[in-house]
Design a protein around this ligand. Structure first.
Ligand SMILES: Cc1cc2nc3c(=O)[nH]c(=O)nc-3n(C[C@H](O)[C@H](O)[C@H](O)COP(=O)(O)O)c2cc1C
Length: 241
């Protein structure tokens, strides 16, 4: 199978597109969209967001050391895009988008009421990388919209309509393919012993059989364009850089 080799570029996908809210010392709040964000530690709970120094939010977050990561949904996609193409220098994005400013519990930056999950963050380090500064932060509080809690109090985030960002495109998430550990789980729910026999691990049944498990779906196989990266010149920037 032929492969093309491209110069290094940021091609780690899918990523989330989150709305990062902040507030300056006078309480003026702002939202910027960030796709270059991630979980980096579970104890203590830590995240990172890479922000260009040119962003209005950059200086606010650098000065105050606080921000909130608000997960985005299909309903919030328009707002997510808008917050990623307009600056808080020119527009009050909360007001313009009629988003609900909810006071956060542990930081001065507000949370976005329409977001299913908001992570209140306190910056612990800033690493200058080049085009972007990496803000490393501790998550000091999480708030969840009770609408997404099921009767047992479990957070049913899979029903929240979360959005993925893939190479310049916002996508809704597709069908459920499995749950954590399903590849080794026995039918009764117990985990299979590891390394007991090669055969047993190979014969572990997925929760559901999907065509994708064997590679590309038939539809994609039939469409040669689906495999070619794109017709645009390689290296062209479809998104924020
Ligand atoms: C989907 C998407 C993802 C983005 N991700 C980032 C990012 O991770 N880091 C960054 O510095 N800018 C990112 N941007 C660009 C900023 O959100 C954009 O420049 C925004 O207008 C900055 O707002 P501000 O000036 O009010 O802070 C992204 C934009 C979009 C649309």
């Amino acid at each position: 199978m032929a492969r093309q080799y491209w110069r290094p570029s940021n091609m780690l996908y899918p990523v989330p597109a989150v709305m990062v809210s902040c507030a300056d010392e006078e309480g003026r709040s702002n939202i910027m969209t960030a796709a270059w964000t991630g979980t980096i530690c579970s104890d203590p709970v830590m995240v990172s967001v890479s922000i260009r120094p040119e962003r209005y939010s950059h200086d606010v977050i650098a000065r105050t050391g606080e921000f909130v990561i608000n997960l985005t949904t299909e309903d919030l996609t328009y707002a997510t895009d808008f917050c990623g193409v307009r600056s808080g220098r020119d527009v009050d994005k909360f007001e313009h988008l009629h988003l609900t400013k909810v006071p956060s519990r542990c930081v001065k930056a507000p949370s976005i009421g329409e977001s299913p999950v908001c992570l209140e963050c306190v910056v612990t380090a800033v690493e200058k990388l080049g085009t972007h500064d990496l803000f490393i932060a501790r998550v000091v509080q999480v708030s969840v919209d009770e609408r997404y809690l099921d009767k047992k109090g479990r957070l049913a985030l899979e029903d929240a309509g979360l959005v993925a960002y893939v190479h310049g495109v916002y996508l809704s998430l597709g069908k459920k393919l499995g749950t954590f550990g399903y590849s080794v789980r026995k039918k009764n729910g117990a985990r299979k012993a590891v390394g007991t026999s090669r055969r047993s691990s190979v014969s572990a049944k997925p929760e559901k059989q999907h065509k994708q498990e064997k590679g590309l779906s038939p539809k994609r196989k039939m469409n040669p364009d689906a495999r070619s990266p794109r017709k645009k010149k390689q290296g062209e920037k479809p998104e924020h850089k």
